[in-house]
Design a binder for this molecule. Structure first.
Ligand SMILES: *Cc1c(COP(=O)(O)O)cnc(C)c1O
Length: 406
């Protein structure tokens, strides 16, 4: 008799998201004498204090009044792609043909990586960084991590980056404004990165999901607007800047320089784009209104409020012995360095995170999740009163564990 023996595929086994894995396998219980504070998910809509602009709701309401719910081809309706092309005009001359609509920025990233690399080949990604390995592990595409330098505005260690490039390298992934560091690259630094890509004839996949989420005078420039000869695949969407993770609407913008991506463009549109019969098409009827009707003042206000939270958090945490917050320039995160030598009973940022849950009911991500131990990632979109309460708890916690003889 044949026996049932249904096993998860190699692809399934190898596909992991470290952040989710950590949450699902966590056995620690939070201290129930205190309210639970979670600064974990990079989702600005969790607490309700950052609602999207009301025009987005109207645009979606209007879109779902339609009676037809048809497919929109592999990469979206031409009018929706035109709307994104217009929105992306800051990148230079972008046409509807250069836009591929997807169901989220993650999907955009995955499509670009799959279009460029085979099993056994590699892509370069930052460390610390977002979980790009989720898109590559299952396939057997290798990742080479290049260092970001916390002492130098989290800029890329360019010598290290270049040293990792070999004949199997297929693309450089960059992320600015960045998760989890809150780094925003200067124009000068972008030129330096592009210069390396050009010398090695490598395309850049630019994860710009936090485009324009910057603080104070800091400006966001798209890699697509800065590059002259290096082809850029910009991945973005509505998720972060528009405060609407639920919508699941993303895109790829192909900023090709001198037709170097001809094959990739064709592969993305005609082949890889066909895997899911194309992106959500209902939302595409709302897209033009969403992209046009949210006023600049709304974005400015959101940025100012996130910036304000960042400063507040920085000022409070900076006064606590053993903690060293690093002020971000953009995105919705801050990394907090734990000076572990000052906490003799705590051996790692992972253990610090666990004890913080157990004793203070405060949930954070340790930077082990980003392959860069020694830090905690804090989310900046939580309500200000909760943020202040968090600082009080950090202080109480540190006072208990600090080696007071030092
Ligand atoms: C949130 C995030 C994404 C994913 O956005 P989705 O549209 O939800 O897939 C991609 N990259 C970075 C760096 C992010 O923080």
């Amino acid at each position: 008799m044949k026996k049932w023996n249904i096993k998860l595929s190699e692809f399934g086994e190898n596909t992991e998201n470290h952040l989710r894995l950590l949450i699902e396998n966590e056995k620690i219980k939070g201290n129930e004498e205190k309210t639970k504070i979670t600064m974990r998910l990079g989702d600005p809509s969790v607490f309700g204090n950052f609602p999207p602009h009301p025009s987005i709701k109207s645009a979606i309401t209007e879109a779902i009044q339609r009676d037809k719910f048809t497919y929109a081809g592999n990469v979206g309706y031409i009018f929706a792609r035109e709307a994104v092309a217009e929105y992306a005009s800051h990148m230079g001359e972008i046409k509807a043909d250069d836009v591929i609509l997807t169901n989220c920025c993650s999907m955009s990233l995955e499509m670009c990586i799959l279009a460029l690399a085979n099993r056994g080949e590699n892509i370069l990604v930052p460390k610390p960084c977002y979980h790009y390995e989720t898109f590559t592990n299952g396939i057997g595409i290798e990742i080479q991590y290049y260092n970001l330098d916390p002492e130098n505005d989290w800029q890329i260690d360019l010598v290290h980056l270049e040293s990792l490039i070999n004949e199997k390298t297929k693309a450089i992934v960059v992320n600015s404004p960045g998760n989890p560091c809150g780094n925003v690259f200067s124009l000068q630094h972008m030129f330096e990165i592009i210069d390396i890509a050009e010398r090695h004839c490598l395309p850049i996949i630019s994860d710009e999901i936090y485009e324009f989420v910057t603080f104070g005078d800091v400006k966001h420039y798209s890699f697509a607007s800065v590059s002259k000869n290096v082809p850029i695949l910009v991945c973005s969407g509505l998720t972060k800047r528009f405060l609407t993770p639920a919508i699941r609407c993303g895109w790829i913008i192909i900023s090709d320089r001198g037709n170097k991506l001809q094959e990739i463009r064709k592969g993305l549109i005609q082949k890889i784009g066909g895997r899911g019969f194309g992106p959500n098409s209902t939302i595409q009827h709302a897209l033009s209104n969403i992209l046009k009707n949210v006023p600049q003042t709304f974005f400015n206000n959101v940025n100012a409020r996130v910036d304000n939270n960042a400063r507040l958090l920085f000022d409070h945490l900076n006064k606590i012995k053993g903690l060293r917050p690093i002020m971000p320039k953009g995105s919705i995160f801050m990394l907090l360095k734990i000076e572990l030598e000052k906490f003799p009973k705590i051996s790692s940022s992972m253990e610090f995170m666990q004890l913080l849950i157990k004793e203070q009911n405060v949930y954070t991500f340790p930077s082990e999740c980003f392959h860069f131990p020694g830090y905690l990632r804090l989310v900046l979109t939580i309500p200000t009163d909760v943020l202040l309460e968090t600082c009080t708890r950090f202080e109480e916690f540190c006072n208990k564990y600090l080696n007071n003889e030092q």
